[in-house]
Ligand binder design. Sequence first.
Ligand SMILES: [Zn+2]
Length: 387
Amino acid sequence: MRREATVKASLAAALAGLVLWGGLPLYRHRHFGVPVVKGPGVTAVLKLSEFSKGLEGTAADTTVFVLQGKEPGGRALVMGNTHASEPEGMLTALIFIEHAVVEKGTLYVIPFFNASAGRNTRPGDGYPLYFDVPTEWGSKRFRFGNRDASPLDQWPDPDVTVHYPTKQLLSYIDARNTNRTWPGRPGGLPMERVTFGAMELIRREKVDLAIDIHGAETMFPVTNCIVAPEKSVRVATMAALTVKAAEGFESHVEPSPPRFHGLSHREIGDHSDALPFLLEAPIPFLDQPTGPKTVEFFLDGKDPFLLSLSKKKKLFVPYDETGWSLEKRVGQHCSTTLEIFRQFSRRNADRALVVKGVPRYAEILENGVGHYYADPSKAAPGTVLRH
Ligand SMILES: [Zn+2]
């Protein structure tokens, strides 16, 4: 009898140990704070819940950085981490927060748009929990997130997602995908409250341009492009042609399908006066037939399997031994965003947006992405937030 109790107790202890051993890294990941250093251009820091009360006190609430220029002008919203497994948008947004100085107009930057997805993981796919970007002062650590919000913050999933307000049927998982829940609603599921908050910000603050920054597989046809609905096509086309001619990289324009609902590039334009744009740059790391998902591969984008697929013409972008580095991806996003501002401003002098201090493609290729992140331990008091 006594022996049986001892066996049971040791089995229970072993099980508890296993749960702790497996769960602690995930707990630490969820609670890890990425330092965000506010640059000289930041004039206010808001929460998205100020535009969507239902987010207050939840893990889906997120920070909005405001960079207001001295002169009035146009207004733009830049979003990163709509899909937190495509962190290039967040890395680009942080460069804007640290370096942009707005001379005319106002910039709103949401680096961790799906804050819950940024605290979710993809360990089943062999993804790392974190990635470190090398800088001159050491390396800056970021959480590697998932495409969808954490089930800890929104659960259970429906059998089928019914898009609001069109009633279009979407996959069950899209209920946690903030690029399927636009335009959202105030009392909806948490992810609908996130997109509703951004819609309200866009409407109340009279935002002219909304730029949602993503990344996609090299084997996915919608990659290396600017997705734009009809109302944004002129500005997107001019931006694409200009970056190609002046900076030597490709980013073609893809039309936003009018009947595919829930996406930022569709709903923002249909439910506000803003012109939406969704930017994609290729992330080889996201492709399926690759070697191990290491941090090094995420940073340099080099993979022998993709290289052989490229020779068989199976990829939608040119791909060679040089891979597709983080520098190229973030550099493209910085330049394309700045070019969209410039092209819009040329046509709308009274709503011009003039942003200085943000590096462009060639500078980022030359200096590296980490060069643009300041050491948070040396930053002035009160300028560092953890997200
Ligand atoms: Zn995406």
